[in-house]
Each structure stands twice: as structure tokens, then as C-alpha cells.
Design a binder for this molecule. Structure first.
Ligand SMILES: [Zn+2]
Length: 114
């Protein structure tokens, strides 16, 4: 049985939660509405994601409440990826987040961490 993603912002570390709230409002100013898809992750779910090829890390920052994944409301891929690449990712970097859109393997444009 696969675990579903847990998306409560309260599970994030305080500095990351603050940046999530900043990113949410900066994106809204650009007419992009974000939601949280996944925040904290169990070791078991991380193991399953590695097994399914979605992650390469044995230990993810998600397990420490130090990463979150977003979705763009009202947009599916590839439009959502375009909005992440051109607007949301750079906004996140401007407020001190590391953005998975800079990674090649795997490219992870919906992921942010500290
Ligand atoms: Zn992630």
C-alpha cells in the first residue's frame, strides 16, 4: 500500500513555512495560484519513491520538514512547468529557496527546499 502525500504547512520548519507563505503571496501577485502538494514525508514513502524512480535520494529533505512541493492551480503540465520555470522558481530563489528546477536528475520544477 502506497502512502499518500502529506501536505500540511504546519509540518514544515518555521523558516521554510515563512518562505512558503512569501512564495504563495508573490505568486498570487503574478496571478499564479499555488497549493502545497507535499510537505513532510515518511522514510517509508521516500523508500517507495526511490523504488518507483521518482527520487534518487535515500534521505530526502522532505523527511526533515525542510522541503515542499507545489502545484499550480488551474494548470496541468506542460503549462504548469512553464509557469514554474519562468516565474515561480525564480521567485523562490529570490527569497532564498533552493529550487529543484535547477536539477537535471531528476528535474524537479515543483520542489523547493532550504
Ligand atoms: Zn519535493
Amino acid at each position: 500500500m502506497y502512502e499518500r502525500p502529506f501536505n500540511n504547512a504546519d509540518a514544515l520548519t518555521a523558516p521554510l513555512r515563512e518562505r512558503w507563505e512569501q512564495l504563495l503571496s508573490l505568486s498570487a501577485e503574478a496571478d499564479i495560484r499555488l497549493s502545497l502538494y507535499e510537505t513532510v514525508r515518511s522514510a517509508e514513502r521516500q523508500r517507495q519513491l526511490v523504488e518507483q524512480g521518482y527520487s534518487r535520494r535515500a534521505h530526502s529533505r522532505h523527511q526533515d520538514g525542510a522541503a515542499f512541493d507545489v502545484r499550480v492551480k488551474g494548470h496541468a503540465e506542460p503549462e504548469a512547468v512553464e509557469l514554474m520555470t519562468h516565474v515561480v522558481g525564480p521567485l523562490g530563489e529570490n527569497i532564498g529557496l533552493k529550487w529543484g528546477g535547477r536539477w537535471a536528475d531528476p528535474f524537479d520544477p515543483f520542489h523547493f527546499e532550504m
